[in-house]
Design a protein around this ligand. Structure first.
Ligand SMILES: Nc1ncnc2c1ncn2[C@@H]1O[C@H](COP(=O)(O)OP(=O)(O)OP(=O)(O)O)[C@@H](O)[C@H]1O
Length: 353
């Protein structure tokens, strides 16, 4: 494996916007720094500009005038894709169907003129690393989806790229396989130390794989941060609702409390506000005895979701509150319950523009 570990290039995207020929503004001018060896995830709903940003980094798309792409501080904006030393994997595998697994993985090495023996050794190493031992001589059209995606990954990293670009590589796979491959991919990226930019619209994939996540909204960067920062301190309602389950509560703030129909919830806040918007994650709300809790409401529904149960509570806030409670909590629809929420778990969001 040591022979595969390479130098990950740092990437800087500077004022890169993209307007397509038909006038579509796919990307507002954005500036972004990605550290050597970092895995950065571009996350957002369909059409928000993720793929466009990835294609600009790859050299498949030129940014609008004024935009620059730098690798290790070197201006690559005018350098064609084949000279950027990037590896790419897409949702559709783009492998050569009639070639064997080994020939697919070694293809980039062959066209670079690597001698047969060295190439065979590199391919063997990658076959092991990506868990496809025994399949070397199969044709691509004799493989399952998960196996094909492993081959595509092995082929992308075979050339020891400084940067690996992945565009929804797991989306076409079924849920169980996706979970497993996600774990394997995580391990592989850490082992290789390649700078990785990963496009997805799947928030759990983003949280598991990303050192940092860039949340995109309508062609602009809504927030950049570690998965924990994005999850616990979203900067807008859009980010809060896009990542994980979020209760968005609208209420007045008086004397350090949200004033809600179900009671007064202490929060960290100086000064009063007639109309604040707050976010509370369902798992940070605790069920308590109705009499002693600061909030109370009525259970509308209880659903079992495996490792916990999800309660929907009405009357405690201006909206229905979703509460994730341990399975040990006794809860039945129609019951009154108390809710206790730490002031630390309530995040005030800026007003929408
Ligand atoms: N060649 C093109 N010409 C015109 N508009 C384009 C072109 N390519 C993409 N777009 C538009 O630019 C916007 C951003 O597209 P992009 O593919 O970057 O989004 P995305 O976030 O990757 O979406 P998805 O998750 O659906 O792949 C979309 O509105 C899309 O329709």
């Amino acid at each position: 494996m040591s022979a595969e570990a390479g130098h990950g290039a740092s990437v800087r995207i500077e004022a890169c916007g993209k307007t397509f020929a038909d006038g579509t503004h796919a990307l507002e001018p954005a500036t972004l720094d990605i550290a050597s060896g970092e895995t950065l995830v571009l996350l957002g709903p369909s059409g928000c500009g993720k793929t466009t940003m990835l294609r600009i980094i790859a050299g498949l798309e030129a940014p609008d005038a004024g935009g620059r792409v730098l690798f290790d501080g070197k201006d690559m904006t005018a350098v064609p894709i084949e000279r950027r030393n990037v590896g790419m994997v897409f949702q559709s595998y783009a492998l050569f169907p009639n070639m064997t697994v080994a020939d697919n993985i070694g293809y980039g090495l062959k066209i670079r003129g690597m001698p047969d023996k060295e190439r065979a050794a590199r391919v063997a190493e990658l076959v092991t690393l990506t868990n496809i031992s025994g399949l070397e001589n199969r044709r691509i059209d004799q493989l399952s989806g998960g196996q094909r995606q492993r081959v595509a990954l092995a082929r992308a990293v075979a050339i020891r790229p400084g940067i690996l670009l992945l565009d929804e590589p797991l989306t076409a796979l079924d849920a169980a396989l996706r979970d497993r491959l996600r774990g394997e991919l995580n391990r592989l990226l850490r082992a290789l130390g390649i700078t990785t930019i990963y496009v997805t619209h799947d928030q759990s994939e983003a949280m598991e794989l990303g050192d940092r996540i860039v949340v995109m909204q309508k062609g602009a960067i809504a927030q950049i941060g570690t998965p924990r920062e994005i999850y616990f301190t979203p900067r807008s309602r859009f980010v809060a609702e896009f990542i994980g389950a979020a209760n968005i509560v609208e209420a007045a703030v008086e004397d350090g409390h949200l004033v809600l129909p179900g009671g007064r919830q202490p929060i960290h806040c100086d000064g009063d506000m007639p109309a604040a918007v707050a976010m509370i994650r369902p798992e940070t709300i605790h069920v308590a005895a109705a009499r002693s809790a600061s909030l109370s409401g009525t259970i509308d529904s209880v659903s079992f979701i495996g490792d916990r149960q999800r309660l929907v509570v009405s009357g405690a806030s201006s909206r229905l509150l979703t509460v994730d409670a341990p399975n040990t909590v006794q809860a039945r629809p129609g019951e009154r319950i108390g809710l206790s929420i730490s002031p630390d778990a309530v995040r005030l969001l800026p007003p929408e523009n």
